[in-house]
Design a protein. Structure first.
Length: 97
């Protein structure tokens, strides 16, 4: 009996990388339709935002003076960095791995 998970007791087949790529291309060509750039139109790539989203975007405000102050501080190298807070923000990311 063959072990389908590990592949034990199955005969090894030598396939070159080029053969594998060509086989994949043949499968893709048989199962999907290829659209060339000349067949696409600008209409295909347009996106329409919902009225709710448009309203939310219009309602967003920010303090442009504060943004400019932060930009200037970063350029001058005076922007304070909290190394402990930066390190703590990596913990949730590490847990995802």
């Amino acid at each position: 009996m063959a072990d389908t998970i590990s592949g034990a007791n199955q005969r090894a087949v030598g396939i070159t990388p080029k053969q594998a790529v060509n086989a994949t291309k043949q499968q893709n060509n048989n199962s999907t339709e290829i659209i060339t750039p000349s067949e696409t139109t600008a209409k295909d790539s347009s996106v329409e935002l919902s009225s709710k989203l448009k309203d939310e975007i219009a309602a967003v405000s920010f303090d442009s003076k504060k943004v400019e102050q932060i930009k200037q501080s970063i350029e001058e190298g005076n922007y304070p960095l909290n190394n402990k807070k930066i390190a703590e923000s990596f913990i949730p990311l590490e847990k995802l791995l």
